[in-house]
Design a binder for this molecule. Structure first.
Ligand SMILES: C[S@@+](CC[C@H](N)C(=O)[O-])C[C@H]1O[C@@H](n2cnc3c(N)ncnc32)[C@H](O)[C@@H]1O
Length: 252
């Protein structure tokens, strides 16, 4: 599939979604995001040192921006949040989450992760995304842009990303895209992403994380329970990862 075609599907998903279009704020959507919040909160606590002292935050692939609204309320109340997504229809719904959490997001706008030309060099302390980087396709270009907009020592955090080895990539892709056929998804090949980020002179921290509560079916939770005990298989089999990319002190 051509990238333009894939991006159109991503953009229009938010326009046509029964529960997540800009015209509705449904109970089902609210409950789903509240469920996701438990996972996000656990992950932030796992990586808390990277969030401390942060004053300016950019979220990529934010969807409706619920994660940033939550973080503004409960984690970083003094920080300024800029929320972005490829879909302007998703961005239209940021207002609902500002209301839910009674916060104000500094900026909410539509842009692609690999074209952050609206932002200045060294503008942000933290760039993050939640369950989104595997949708970005142009990951190297994205990391390049992220590197540019981060301050020296700034951090980029990718949370809750599906990962696997090269060997299981095709099989895993087939399975993932059969689960949610309406929006095409990619999987991150762990070693490739780490190599890519190091090539852009980021320092990289990577961890597998199986605590997420989204893996709710009996089969999935059993799979992740077993995987969590078998460290040597985590880099090989389909897994779930968090990445921290740190820009060095001397770089502009
Ligand atoms: C699985 S959703 C996650 C959304 C949000 N983080 C959440 O948890 O609700 C992936 C998001 O990435 C967005 N997206 C896809 N490709 C993108 C790109 N190249 N740049 C920015 N956002 C993109 C989609 O529109 C979608 O909102």
């Amino acid at each position: 599939m051509k990238i333009e075609e894939k991006e159109k599907i991503e953009i229009d998903f938010w326009k046509n979604s029964k529960h997540e279009s800009p015209d509705v704020f449904s109970l089902a959507n609210y409950l789903n995001k509240i469920d996701q919040l438990k996972i996000l909160n656990a992950k932030i606590n796992n990586h808390l040192k990277h969030f401390q002292g942060v004053k300016s935050v950019l979220e990529l692939g934010a969807g409706q921006g619920w994660a940033s609204a939550f973080m503004k309320k409960w984690i970083l109340p003094k920080a300024e949040f800029t929320v972005t997504d490829i879909s302007p229809y998703a961005i239209e719904s940021v207002k609902y989450w500002e209301e839910v959490f009674d916060v104000s997001i500094k900026d909410a706008l539509s842009c692609k992760s690999y074209d952050l030309s609206q932002f200045q060099d060294g503008q942000f302390d933290l760039v993050y995304c939640y369950a989104a980087a595997h949708h970005f396709v142009k990951l190297e270009e994205t990391l390049q842009e992220v590197h540019r907009v981060l301050k020296p020592r700034g951090k980029c955090v990718f949370l809750y990303e599906p990962t696997c080895s090269k060997m299981f990539y095709k099989l895993h892709m087939r399975w993932v895209n059969s689960q949610r056929p309406d929006v095409p998804e990619d999987i991150l090949i762990t070693k490739d992403i780490i190599k890519m980020a190091k090539g852009l002179s980021f320092a990289v921290e990577h961890s597998y994380d199986f605590t997420s509560q989204e893996h709710k079916s009996i089969g999935m939770s059993l799979y992740f329970k077993i995987l969590s005990k078998l460290g040597f298989l985590q880099g090989l089999l389909p897994s779930s990862s968090d990445f921290i990319f740190i820009k060095s002190y001397n770089e502009n």
